[in-house]
Design a protein around this ligand. Structure first.
Ligand code: HEC
Ligand code: HEC
Length: 305
């Protein structure tokens, strides 16, 4: 329970709290004591005057007022006995934020898991046709995935568009589900240490021409040589990539990091790593199943969904 780095701070807090409560209790007692007129004695001024005609009298303080203060002191003592607050003393109830959070989570799981489990045995292509299942998947997506892939699932540079037919790691229902369950790590190595600026420029031009663009024949010759030496292992000889490694297809119009010459040169120079986090332990297989169906429906069955 305690986040204190040493027992000293725990005791420091306990002593300061105890001294504080003791001090206000004493103050209250001291203030409610004196200045009471004796029985039968007239109420008189104690001699303090403000603005010429406001006198301080020797009345005792009103009881309701004192009582209210006593109540706050009693509340503080009770609260500190039951709940954490006194240094690292956990409180008699054993309550903690983490325990409350976990209890609420368990309660939510108990309530919602049956809803997700109902779909767990249905194959993804079938779920993708089921409007109710897709709706649940969309809501899960907005909660857990939109921060990286965008609320429309179309991604941003470095975070892939999930609505197209262009897949880094594969677009079959199983491959999509595996991506979400276990995460993915794409690593494009940096080449600035082994290639000159000129070589990087020519191989970048070559990459840009893979989709069928124009290229200077001399640049192409040098770029192709570098490409066949260093890049084919992952991006394949024809540039169509390799889904087992998450190496993108370089021949199409879809770019993970950007289509401009500057971006492509930067990617080749400095490399890129993309990390899709694993969601199996975090969300559970039933939710991931629904998410996979939602993604599959977005990509395979058309944009309008
Ligand atoms: C070890 C495998 C590997 C090798 C070798 C490799 N790449 Fe890559 N490359 C990748 C991966 C994986 C990505 C995707 C990075 C990511 O997920 O962010 C990538 C991304 C790229 C991109 C960005 C594509 C996009 O859609 O934005 C370009 C351009 C690229 N590589 C060019 C090259 C060139 C040129 C070479 C050779 C000099 C090369 N790569 C060598 C694995 C590799
Ligand atoms: C922290 C950011 C982040 C979050 C959160 C995240 N993703 Fe990803 N996701 C990525 C990145 C980055 C990649 C690309 C990995 C790479 O470069 O190879 C990716 C890749 C994927 C892929 C593979 C795409 C392909 O082209 O093969 C799928 C499917 C996917 N994410 C779905 C999801 C779903 C569903 C969720 C919500 C449960 C989610 N992602 C949450 C960052 C994220």
């Amino acid at each position: 329970m305690s986040d204190f780095t040493s027992g000293f701070w725990s005791w420091f807090v306990i002593i300061m709290v105890a001294v504080g409560i003791g001090f206000v209790s004493w103050l209250l007692w001291w203030q409610s004591r004196g200045q009471r007129p004796a029985a039968g004695e007239e109420v008189t001024s104690v001699g303090h005057v403000w603005d010429e005609d406001i006198y301080e009298l020797n009345n005792p303080m009103p009881r309701w007022w004192l009582f209210r203060f006593l109540l706050t002191i009693a509340f503080a003592v009770g609260y500190l006995a039951l709940y954490p607050g006194l240094g690292s003393f956990p409180g008699l109830l054993g309550w903690s934020q983490i325990k409350q959070f976990e209890a609420e989570q368990a309660h939510a799981r108990e309530q919602y898991d049956p809803i997700f489990e109902r779909y767990a045995a249905t194959p993804i292509p079938e779920l993708a046709e089921d409007a109710a299942a897709r709706d649940i998947g969309r809501r899960l997506f907005l909660t857990y995935c939109a921060t990286c892939h965008g609320s429309d699932a179309r991604g941003v540079p470095g975070f892939p568009n999930l609505t197209d037919h262009d897949w880094l790691w594969g677009g079959t229902p199983e491959q999509i589900e595996t991506s979400i369950l276990y995460g993915r790590q794409g690593a494009m190595p940096p080449w600035q240490a082994s290639l000159s600026r000129e070589q990087i420029f020519s191989v970048a031009q070559y990459v840009r021409s893979l989709g069928g663009g124009p290229i200077d024949p001399v640049v192409k010759l040098q770029g192709e040589e570098t490409y066949l030496q260093l890049c084919v292992a992952c991006h394949d000889a024809d540039g169509t990539g390799n889904q087992a490694l998450g190496a993108p297809n370089l021949t199409d119009a879809t770019w993970l990091h950007g289509a401009s010459q500057r971006t492509i040169i930067d990617v080749i120079t400095n490399g890129r790593t993309g990390r899709m986090p694993a969601h199996r332990d975090f969300l559970g297989e039933a939710r991931v199943h629904l998410l996979a169906a939602y993604i599959y429906s977005r990509s395979m069955l058309g944009e309008e969904r």
